[in-house]
Design a protein around this ligand. Structure first.
Ligand code: NAI
Length: 198
């Protein structure tokens, strides 16, 4: 968190209205423009991260920037004017072409990389039978449905894998510190998605 704050101070040295240098307050919690008194507070960007399930399988995806073999839940920044529910539905539709039926909040996490994000984690379901995915290749490299067994095994493995096995990189999941890991673990331990309220 301290590093995220330091990066914010570094990137906000000048007032966007007057162009004058801003001054940090003693506590380091804000910056003020001495000429027009505008106060700048550190920003936190909301990001939704969603584990989609059809009741028996869950959907995991990877971006080309991820380490080889790593799959995660779907994440995306909230747009201005959107509720969290709208952001989840839009992101899932944009990234894999699925329509979310039900969704349930799970937990949140401050994520300092590369800037301060507030990760808001949710479980979502799609209607049984409406599981055909259309991967948006501008955003994702791949996405696929994984069975409960496959995901449970991947949780027990210790990634990251840097070595190929039978010509491919074994699939592995984000580390424990990431809320993506907690979301996937929650689904494996209690596939609540099959019982989400309407
Ligand atoms: N803690 C965790 O478990 C996880 C955290 N994340 C974090 O969630 C964030 C979002 O994930 P992705 O969409 O996969 O990231 P991404 O960094 O691939 O961003 C996707 C696109 O969103 C746009 N974007 C970048 N910053 C933005 C901002 N502040 N507001 C609006 N749009 C912006 C850019 O066009 C970018 O190409 C990233 O910061 C990522 O590190 C993602 C997955 C798991």
């Amino acid at each position: 968190m301290a590093q995220a704050l330091l990066r914010w101070h570094d990137a906000h040295q000048f007032c966007s209205r007057s162009g004058q240098p801003t001054k940090k307050n003693m506590a380091g919690s804000k910056r003020v423009c001495p000429s027009n008194k505008i106060i700048y507070y550190p920003q936190v960007t909301p990001v939704v991260i969603t584990l989609v399930s059809d009741g028996t399988q869950c959907l995991l995806a990877r971006q080309s920037s991820f380490p080889k073999g790593m799959y995660s839940a779907l994440a995306g920044f909230c747009d201005i004017g959107e509720s969290l529910e709208e952001a989840v539905r839009r992101e899932v539709a944009e990234e894999v072409g699925l329509e979310v039926e039900r969704l349930q909040y799970s937990a949140s996490q401050h994520w300092p990389f590369p800037n301060s994000s507030l990760m808001i984690a949710c479980h979502a379901t799609v209607k049984p039978g409406q599981t055909e995915i259309q991967v948006n290749l501008r955003e994702l490299e791949a996405a696929a449905w994984f069975s409960h067994d496959e995901v449970a095994k991947a949780l027990r493995r210790n990634g990251p894998y840097t070595q190929q096995l039978n010509g491919t990189f074994p699939f592995w999941l984000p580390p424990k510190l990431a809320i993506a890991h907690q979301l996937i673990k929650e689904w494996v331990e209690k596939p609540i998605c099959s019982a989400l309220p309407a």
